[in-house]
Write a protein that binds this ligand. Structure first.
Ligand code: ADP
Ligand code: MG
Length: 661
């Protein structure tokens, strides 16, 4: 059945539904409520301010109708209930006016504003309601479609549509878990008779959604392994050892394990598709250097992509110094590389003269050709779009790929977004690193903060100050940052140098200031979140973050990771007037994984990376913050099902749906 054939959906509604992304009956019946309002039949006395209420009464005053533009209207009248009179207002029900003569017995459903003694009604029932509790689905809407319209469309679709609802749960699991039919479950989530039934039905639908998703991921992973025969590189282990022995420190156990994982992938038949994750400062970079050296020894070129020029430059300098005694040719390619230099680099890449190229987005531009690209590494990979990633991968024949991420990813999220990748994790921090002391302060305690800052400065240490700038487009925010600079100058300007970097600056200017900071020519660096990624200034031992509540925990953790990069004791001061429980988590733990789990619970995956990432993963009903157990079960079952000779037509349907999505 087509959407337009659903009873009640006309041409206009069809367009509006399309606007909501609903183009089929399947879409419509899985347009799940984003929340439920629990309506209790109550009295004015028992109902709290802002609560929903179902209440009986008699119309006490003739409804007064107010009309607005665009055909909108509002009606107000008084209702006499068992516990006294109350105002009622309702939008867009002008047609009810003639039914609401004074004295008529009605039931009003709506939200109670106790202070104003007004109910903003969502529904008015002209015949008495029998049930005591009503669970009301609330849908995402677009103007022109009311919640009630939506509910009606969905129910009409469920009624009119027999046997055409796709169900992705194989019979075996359907029976194993005694799941109800999909139709029944859908009917329940859109018309819940009770909380218990609602929960049961949601679990079934969540399981189905996660099962189908995990099946696809497992299928793709298997296919990838089959198709993508890798390069089967030959890596001379003794040469790698030799290099590792020249490092000024000993690798941590996790670093060693990660190196092993990577070398194993390189030598293996399949193509490497690995995520290297670890907290900021855990030492991922050196692992990637070793990987690139191994790749060079095997006879291939490597490309290392960084999200910013500062970071690319830092990697480049790191490579030069670590490989100063080895025969490795490294080049840097960024937006500010001159045309002449660029052409030379392009040529050398094509001729195979360059072993390792480090760069920003410029790296992935069309005209860069490689002689034999064998390894692609992206640092802080979430900052690159999926397409950019894919683009670079296609440069080589079948280059191994390694993604580095300093954003510790919650278990659930890792399973889904990175489900098709292998993962190496660095948990142990390099030896000698002390826990960063984190302190919460209120704005009124700024004097204490300045004193703490002075203590650090006296010891010739440096400080980052993060200014409250979220939307870098707003000029008013910029004023705030400049004011902050003035304040800092007033306090410390006589003895110390203070500078400012923000997102609106030209990158050359930004780099210059960053360079001065890294050379300790600037002692206090005020910044927006532009320093969030990567920069390594071990002498910076303190970070002060204003308006800390405006940042997600993971972002705060990223920022904090800029300090504590040597054996000096470092600290982080979070200034906020909100005494949120959220920020206390920062005081309690330095473990990025723990923090990311908390952040995930509180804010959802969209905010994990500081920016909303859409399209990577959207579930209609499953919520990864709470549905971890269901996900694990669905994962296990889908893996098993992939190997099972059963429900083959359903399997084909699932596989087909991958191609379409
Ligand atoms: P990440 O990239 O994971 O944020 P880095 O690779 O930048 O972390 O490492 C942070 C600092 O620690 C660098 O200065 C690096 O040279 C140093 N480092 C890396 N591994 C070790 C180790 N095993 N022992 C001591 N210092 C290390
Ligand atoms: Mg890094």
């Amino acid at each position: 059945m087509a959407l337009k054939d659903v009873k009640g959906i006309g041409a206009r509604s069809l367009l509006l539904l399309n606007k909501l992304g609903i183009t089929s009956v399947d879409d419509l019946v899985t347009h799940y409520p984003f929340r439920y309002d629990i309506l209790k039949r109550g009295s004015l006395l028992e109902t709290e301010d802002g609560e929903h209420i179902i209440i009986d009464g008699r119309v006490e005053s003739s409804p007064i109708l107010v009309r607005f533009k665009a055909g909108l209207n509002k009606m107000n009248f008084r209702l006499l209930t068992a516990t006294g009179p109350v105002g009622v207002s309702i939008f867009n029900r002008a047609f009810l006016k003639s039914h609401l003569a004074v004295g008529t017995a009605i039931t009003v459903i709506g939200k109670f504003d106790k202070k104003k003694n007004v109910i903003t009604a969502s529904e008015i029932k002209l015949e008495p309601l029998s049930n005591k509790v009503k669970i009301e689905p609330v849908y995402h809407l677009t103007s022109g479609i009311t919640n009630k319209n939506m509910a009606t469309f969905i129910n009409m679709a469920l009624l009119g549509n027999s046997g055409e609802i796709h169900d992705f749960i194989p019979t075996y699991y359907q029976e194993k878990y005694s799941f109800s039919s999909k139709r029944m479950a859908l009917n329940i989530v859109h018309n819940p008779p009770s909380k218990e039934k609602l929960k049961e039905a949601s679990i079934r639908l969540k399981y189905e959604e996660l099962f189908a998703f995990m099946f696809k991921i497992n299928y793709l992973k298997e296919e990838n392994k089959k198709k993508n025969a890798g390069l089967e590189k030959k890596v001379p282990k003794d040469k790698i050892e030799e290099f590792i022995n020249t490092l000024p420190f000993e690798l941590t156990e996790d670093q060693k394990k990660s190196v092993q994982d990577i070398l194993h992938d390189m030598e293996g038949r399949g193509r490497m598709n690995r995520l290297l994750q670890g907290d900021v400062g855990s030492g991922k970079t050196i692992v990637s250097f070793i990987a690139m050296y191994a790749n060079k020894l095997a006879g291939y070129q490597s490309a290392l992509m960084a999200p910013t020029e500062i970071l690319a430059t830092q990697h480049y300098q790191g490579l030069l110094s670590f490989f100063s005694k080895f025969d490795v040719k490294v080049s840097l390619l960024t937006g500010s590389t001159t045309k002449k230099e660029k052409d030379k680099i392009y040529k050398d890449l094509k001729d195979g003269v360059i072993d390792i190229v480090v760069g920003t987005h410029a790296l992935i531009q069309e005209d860069v050709m490689y002689h034999n690209l064998g390894l692609v590494i992206t640092d802080e990979q979430h900052r690159f779009g999926v397409n950019q990633r894919a683009n670079l991968q296609n440069k080589g024949q079948k280059p191994d790929t390694l993604y580095m991420s300093a954003t510790p990813i919650p278990r659930t999220y890792a399973l889904t977004i990175y489900g098709d990748m292998d993962v190496s994790t660095i948990k142990t921090r390099p030896k000698g690193r002390k826990k960063i002391k984190t302190i919460l302060k209120k704005e009124t305690e700024i004097k204490d903060v300045l004193t703490l800052m002075y203590e650090e400065l006296k010891q010739n240490h440096q400080i980052y100050v993060i200014a409250p700038l979220i939307e870098e487009s707003e000029n008013s925010d910029l004023t705030t940052v400049n004011e902050l600079k003035d304040k800092m100058n007033l306090a410390f300007g006589k003895k110390f140098k203070i500078n400012l970097v923000h997102g609106k600056m030209a990158s050359l200017q930004k780099d210059l200031i960053m360079k001065e900071f890294s050379e300790n020519k600037v002692q206090i660096l005020i910044s927006t979140t532009v320093i969030e990624v990567g920069v390594d200034v071990p002498n910076a031992t303190m970070m002060v973050i204003f308006d800390a509540e405006r940042f997600g925990l993971s972002t705060l953790h990223q920022l904090r990771g800029r300090v504590g990069r040597s054996d000096l004791q470092s600290s982080c001061v979070l200034i906020s007037n909100d005494d949120t429980k959220r920020l206390h988590i920062m005081e309690e733990t330095n473990d990025g994984f723990e923090i990311s789990e908390e952040d995930f619970k509180l804010r959802g995956h969209g905010d994990l990376f500081g920016t909303k990432q859409s399209g990577d993963m959207t579930f209609k009903i499953a919520d990864l913050r709470v549905d971890y157990k269901i996900l694990l079960q669905a994962k296990k079952d889908s893996e098993e099902y992939l190997l099972r000779q059963e429900d083959e037509s359903l399997k084909q349907e699932l596989i087909k749906s991958i191609i379409h999505s």
